[in-house]
Write a protein that binds this ligand. Sequence first.
Ligand SMILES: [Zn+2]
Length: 650
Amino acid sequence: MKRLSKSFFSVLVVVALLLGISLAGYPKTEQSKAKTKQEFDLILHDGMIIDGTGSKRYTADIGISDGYILSIGNLDKASGKTEINVDGKIVSPGFIDIHSHADTEVLSTAKSSLTQGVTTELISPDGGGPVDLSYMSELEDKGLAINIGSYIGFNSVWEEVVGYDDRRATSDEIFEMRSLVEKALQDGAWGISAGLFYAPGNYAQMQEVINVVSVAEKWRTNFPNHIRNENNHVLEATAETIEIGESAGIVPVITHMKVMGPDNWGKSVETVKLIQEANNRGIFAAADQYPYLASQTGLTAIVPQWVQDGGREEMLKRFADPSMRGQIEEEIHQTIQSRVKDANDVYFPTKQTTLQDIATESGVSPGEATMQILEKEGSLRTIYFFGSQEDFERILMNSTTAIASDGGATESSSTHPRRYGTQPRVLGKLVRKDRLLSLEEAVKKMTGLPASIIGMVDRGFIAEGMAADITIFDANTVIDKATFDNPKQYAEGIYHVIVNGQFAVKDSKLTNIQAGQALKRKYDMPSRPLNKKENKISAKGQLVNENQGKAQIDIYIEQKAGHARSKAKVQFIDKENDIHIKLEEIGVIQTYKGWASFTGTTKLKNSQKSIPILVTMDKKDPFTGKATISIKIGNEYHYRGTLKGDIEVN
Ligand SMILES: [Zn+2]
């Protein structure tokens, strides 16, 4: 919240008019307002826009300046410092990957991400990552080719406070963990990730998890969890995650949702139903999924949890105990069977061979071979061919399932192919070849939906006032090339990738700029479902902020379902700072339970230059209990005040 710099808004604005915009859909309309020639940093001409809401594609030009989308329509009469024709290509919001294990040292180039059209990655998933989020600014200082956001990891917090032993947390420890989570939320965390499958998160009982994460209720954020069990107990583990979210008042997200093992195939009927039922009773519950039927994790994933208690040294001691070794071997076999058909489906990409092959060569059982590998080489990266196509499709088709890679920026040549191919595989294989999704639906699952799950308000859509993260691809050729045997093969068909208004990829080549930012979430950016119905929002009255003085606001906006443009009047006057604005264009309106947000553009007095505006409004701010409105104009001015008056959302 910055006090206005008088030099920036030097002159008094003449009149604050109420402006009515009423445009249905998105034909290539004349944008009335352009009386003088508009100038932009960049104009994308004649692209086929798929805006991230799931709405049908349309053709238009896009004008971009200072990192924001400022105009959509016919810009033939405008001029741009750079203008390119993207006729015949799809223009989509940059892809937002909400489950990234990015190798942080390669984020300054992020070639694997950019060649997939990814412009933002959410790191520290599965409960991991630093407890102190200041690592984000350090990464930003080193230079970011894409945007990043961070979760706060439940497992990391638990480990920091309780340690690595299987025991109950004391009430003091619960209190301490809550403080760490809250501190991270204050520092901009995009949710609380958990890996209740992994030690030491798996030592936490459900109620303990709720006791810790419920501190986030007022933050209205999300809880992406690698559930305790993805095979024989996948139902209970899914239900548990939903119950944690529901009890704690945050959005449960089943991350890399799947059903493992032949004995469990078909259970997605029930796990998807659990998510749908939660949504039907008014709890937003979501999931993300990667487009492969094999998972990648460590080899310890098939070692029973009790054997791993206390960490690697303890595990090796148990292996070395002759009275235990036979039993461990037996239990590893059981776990293998619960996840995949047999040891032929357990694959080591670094060795390009299977667990069964290694076992056969050494003349031992797969269980014994597992222990020997762990003793000699540690927990190798392991690919488990776990899945059934039917479960995969059922999860994919569910409306609250987003696409996320479980990969992230890397330069490794011995990794899961999803790290090089996820989003192009969705577009090229699932959409074009398998015809499982429409292109609009697929784009939504990679842009607007993940943005709404984590609570972003200014990315994820092609709309006026949104940050200019844009991916331009050819729907007829885009495809992944990465395979399990040769994963380091960059995807094809992504032509241009724009990060915060700058080309990170141009003509399929990296420009090697670092336009990415470390993004921070604020509490007025709730996790929420994508709107399906008509939106109507209004607010009128005096805004009060002790430090910033008083202002006047008058908002009335109606937006039809599936429309990105609205019937609207918006007026904001901050006399003390000489700010009188009317909105020129309004982008997508987002609403949820008494909260609303929209972006748009406005102009300052004596300037023909459009600048972006971001408004969020809360009928009842969860921290103050009062009606609150926040208005951000450009990057310079931010007013946040309590409204004496009414806010209506729908
Ligand atoms: Zn995971």
